[in-house]
Design a protein around this ligand. Structure first.
Ligand SMILES: Cc1ncc(C[n+]2csc(CCOP(=O)(O)OP(=O)(O)O)c2C)c(N)n1
Length: 332
């Protein structure tokens, strides 16, 4: 990877951080977004590192913590913001909210909040790619909690059996709502090792190191594309905010010290530290990107506020129709 490619990863993380921090503040202060909202603040390296390893024709699915994978895959920012405000110009025409994002043009196949739900959907897409002989890969993001769903195991088994071009991306942020991993899974076991048991390749990576995530994802995606079958990536990371909603929540089920230790390992700062020796201007660049993206998000918020709500008589129709084109901030 060139220095410019590596800077691009940092830029994409800064864009997601900026968007989510602004949206979290507005969510708390305005009370206009009425959708349950799961922020990925602190987890940006997983979505950015993985999605940068995909091609336009590859399809990404995610669970409820969906903004970061959607944006990292090139989903339209203005349409995301409008969706959170419940507007007709949203990416799901205001009918889905934060947990039901979709942008087919960008290769974001959809997100859903039922744990594990999109894992078999990604396997189905990969099966279709394999039957068509298409050099495409499906990827699915999910949390450590979703790896406890039965459908996770059925999907891994089926994908391994048919050597399907699918990459399972487990964002292990250590908690399922307020339950730590140690209260839910046997000591001495791990999610990536369970995938090995199905006969597929699997690896565990520092999910706050975007360069390491990207390297591992590129290997997994290209192997899947070359017909070598599925791969599971377990990416260790941590969310900084409450499970659902905009607030920090240290001091209850997780200690202040634990949360602070992960904030020390901020993925943006980690990447900037790694890049500074080869580009001493990296901190200035981050400041400039912050300013640029703050404006971009402010414009998207203005458009969303001004857009119409769906017509109440039309709420149950039109699920299959393409949404009207929103003013776009699409980037690729
Ligand atoms: C089948 C099902 N069971 C329970 C829930 C309630 N629920 C919503 S999010 C969540 C925790 C998810 O944890 P994880 O998969 O680790 O993802 P994270 O929220 O940490 O990103 C639970 C139990 C659900 N949505 N679906």
């Amino acid at each position: 990877m060139t220095t410019l490619d590596r800077l691009r990863l940092v830029r994409d993380m800064v864009r997601i951080r900026c968007a989510e921090e602004t949206l979290a503040d507005l969510y708390r202060d305005e009370q206009l977004m009425r959708t349950p909202t799961h922020f990925s603040i602190g987890q940006e390296a997983t979505a950015v590192g993985v999605c940068a390893a995909t091609r336009r024709g590859d399809v990404v699915y995610s669970a409820h913590r969906s903004h970061a994978p959607y944006l990292a895959k090139g989903g339209d920012l203005a349409a995301l913001v409008a969706e959170l405000y419940g507007k007709e110009t949203g990416c799901a025409r205001g009918r889905g909210g934060s947990v039901h994002l979709v942008d087919h043009a960008a290769g974001f196949g959809g997100s859903a909040a039922i744990l594990g739900e999109m894992i078999p959907v990604a396997v189905g897409a990969a099966w279709a790619f394999a039957m068509d002989g298409a050099p495409r890969v499906a990827l699915t993001f999910f949390g450590d909690g979703a790896s406890e769903e039965g459908v996770f195991h059925e999907s891994l088994n089926f994908a391994a059996l048919h050597r399907l071009p699918v990459v399972f991306v487990c964002e292990n942020n250590q908690y399922s709502i307020a339950s730590p991993l140690s209260a839910r899974q046997p000591a001495g076991s791990s999610i990536w090792q369970r995938a090995l048991g199905y006969g597929m390749r699997a690896s565990r990576i520092d999910g706050n190191d975007v360069l390491a995530v990207h390297d591992a994802a590129r290997t997994a995606v290209e192997a899947a594309r070359a017909g070598e079958g599925p791969h599971l990536l377990e990416l260790d990371t941590y969310r900084w905010r409450e499970h659902v909603g905009p607030h920090p929540d240290a001091g209850g089920y997780r200690s202040h010290a634990e949360v602070a230790s992960w904030i020390e390992r901020c993925p943006i700062r980690t990447a900037a530290d790694a890049l500074r020796p080869e580009d001493p201007t990296v901190d200035d660049r981050i400041d400039a990107w912050r300013a640029e993206f703050t404006e971009e998000v402010a414009r998207a918020v203005e458009l969303a506020r001004a857009a119409p709500f769906p017509d109440v008589t039309d709420l149950l129709s039109g699920a299959d129709e393409p949404r009207p084109l929103a003013p776009t901030t699409r980037r690729n």
